[in-house]
Write a protein that binds this ligand. Structure first.
Ligand SMILES: [Zn+2]
Length: 282
């Protein structure tokens, strides 16, 4: 499932391809995405120019000029947003096509159809992101994060997957962030020291920044808005590596289910028990 680095890659790829272009027509496929396309509201965008593409967490918002609002887009599990010449053959599972006045079209392909595209006003977009999403992983305030984590009885895995705590993290980057911080994903928030909470905050930012630099991770269907795959899957330390040797210590990477999701960790680098401080004087 695309997480923040993949969605940000799609955004960066689409900006030079669709911003400044005027929407001429919308073609809707027979099968609906997770949220059915509202053709009436969709028509209000026709004749207007795409002015920007915003992103918060895993959501994109294609904003239109002229105060007509825009389209919120979510890739679900297998969504792909790519730009094609109008006469290029249409692939299977393309459910929406946004045709521009100068010939190209943005195609939304989604095999599993958990993604969606929804017309909304700019105010509705702002209200949604402000009420439903926590901060971006690269902009977490240290004091706020500490206050949020040290009272939590939930596991780190459950906390990191909660979009209202931090926006944009899914299974891959939750596991990779816990490894980088040296924290078992099954630890309870309240069991962490202040230093551990800050290590987690910094690990999250670093993992997400590096994954964006690598154009995200391609496992299964993900491709960027230019059609290129991601490369960060080559840098996974624990995700999808159960049974492999840890690159740091050589222990065998393990997998457990946490918050209903498979969670990968190194039992040596990420002990479940917080290491006891030595009482011996140096
Ligand atoms: Zn290890």
């Amino acid at each position: 499932m695309p997480e923040l680095p993949e969605v940000e890659t799609v955004r960066r790829d689409l900006v030079p391809r669709i911003v400044g272009r005027t929407l001429a027509e919308i073609h809707v496929g027979e099968r609906s995405l997770r949220v059915p396309w509202d053709a009436g509201r969709g028509r209000t965008l026709i004749g207007h120019e795409v002015s920007a593409i915003d992103r918060r967490g895993k959501y994109l918002f294609a904003r239109f000029a002229g105060d007509v609002g825009g389209v919120m887009l979510h890739l679900g599990m297998t969504g792909q947003l790519t730009v094609h010449a109008s006469d290029e053959p249409i692939a299977d599972h393309v459910h929406l096509r946004f045709a521009f006045a100068d010939g190209d079209e943005l195609r939304f392909r989604d095999v599993r159809r958990f993604g969606f595209a929804q017309v909304m006003t700019a105010d509705e977009w702002t209200a949604y992101t402000e009420t439903s999403l926590g901060p971006e992983p690269t902009a977490i305030d240290a004091v706020w994060f500490f206050a949020r984590i040290f009272v939590s009885k939930r596991t780190l895995k459950a906390i990191l997957l909660d979009q209202t705590v931090i926006a944009g993290i899914g299974n891959i980057y939750a596991d990779e962030s816990c490894f980088r911080a040296g924290l078992h994903p099954g630890r309870r928030g309240e069991s962490l020291s202040g230093a551990e909470i800050d290590a987690l905050r910094q690990a999250i930012a670093t993992v997400i920044e590096r994954a964006i630099a690598g154009r995200g991770s391609t496992i299964r269907d993900y491709i960027g808005g230019s059609g290129l795959m991601g490369t960060y899957q080559g840098e996974f330390k624990v995700y999808g590596r159960a049974g492999d040797a840890c690159e740091v210590c050589g222990s065998v990477i393990e997998m457990v289910r946490l918050a209903g999701r498979s969670s990968h960790f190194c039992p040596h680098c990420q002990p479940l028990q917080r290491p006891r401080r030595s009482r011996k004087k140096a």
